[in-house]
Unconditional design. Sequence first.
Length: 117
Amino acid sequence: MENHKLVLPEHLNHFGYLFGGNLLKWVDEFAWIAASMDYQECLFVTIGLDRVEFKKSVREGTILKFYAEKTRVGNTSVQYDIRVYRGSSTEEEDMIFSTNVTFVSIDQHGNKKPLME
């Protein structure tokens, strides 16, 4: 799955660069959308990101490309590889962030529930 986001002034830190917390929020959101589209009958909560390392800084006006790919499926959980690039590129030198996001399927009471496709 692919998505895009425009970096606006309200997304910047006091030095004029993208605030890392905004990027993490978008990564979680776009990964959750991918999981929810793949498993439309499931309710998901995030249980982890495997690493947080910002590879490049980002300035206002940059269009970010988010790419989500399912990498692991368990009984109640699913994991997505998330890569974030500048603009429309998918070249390694334009990657600004990558991580794996893991979700668990839950019922209305917050208990783990098997995945349903």
